[in-house]
Write a protein that binds this ligand. Structure first.
Ligand code: GRF
Length: 187
């Protein structure tokens, strides 16, 4: 199973996938890792691991539709079986979803449909929920919408800050993402 992984930031979840592949625990080929901005740790990690990388810099495209088209053609060139959004902070266009129907996988640090959006951890904490978690789902053109594949709960502690809670969620998120990708690869 060939995947293209899209990242915007740290890429610690991506690193877990890279490590699982390297350890022989995940029967997946990472065809390439792409980002929407240059100089992200996620791209640096990937290059360090010897993976192909590409950047479709949002700032290079004054018209949103041109960025959408460039991203689609960059990803499609690798002919992936699945595209994985791992901390990729852009909503992709309908054309992108249609190009990879049921094959665009996203991870989100909350139990969807609760707390979608860029601040899922902060919003869950602010609401005062006692249990939150992470969701791996097939993304559609909405904000963190689309069929849920798997979820894992994470308890909220009284002393949690957004950072401490997100870190514990990411531990669960990495495990869940690797399990989902393994299940898809073996299906
Ligand atoms: C993850 O929690 C992801 O769900 C969210 O941003 C985080 C990415 O972390 N959208 P990293 O870049 O993998 O460290």
């Amino acid at each position: 199973m060939r995947i293209v992984v899209l990242v915007s930031g740290t890429g610690s979840n991506l690193q877990a996938v890279i490590d699982a592949v390297a350890a022989g625990d995940l029967p997946v080929e990472i065809a390439a890792v792409g980002a929407d901005r240059p100089g992200t740790p996620g791209i640096e990690r990937s290059a360090a691991a010897g993976l192909e990388t590409f950047v479709v810099d949002f700032k290079d495209f004054p018209a949103r539709a041109d960025w959408d088209a460039a991203l689609l053609s960059a990803v499609a060139a690798y002919e992936p079986d699945y595209v994985v959004s791992s901390g990729f902070m852009r909503i992709v266009a309908a054309d992108f979803i249609n190009a990879f129907p049921g094959r665009y996988v996203n991870t989100h640090p909350a139990l969807l449909p609760s707390f979608p959006g860029a601040h899922g951890v902060r919003d869950a904490l602010a609401y005062g929920v006692k249990v939150t978690g992470c969701t791996v789902h097939f993304a559609d053109a909405g904000v963190d919408t689309g069929p849920i594949i798997a979820q894992a709960p994470v308890a909220v502690l009284d002393e949690d800050t957004e950072a401490t809670l997100h870190e514990r969620i990411k531990v669960a998120e990495r495990e869940l993402l690797i399990k989902v990708l393994g299940d898809l690869a073996r299906a």
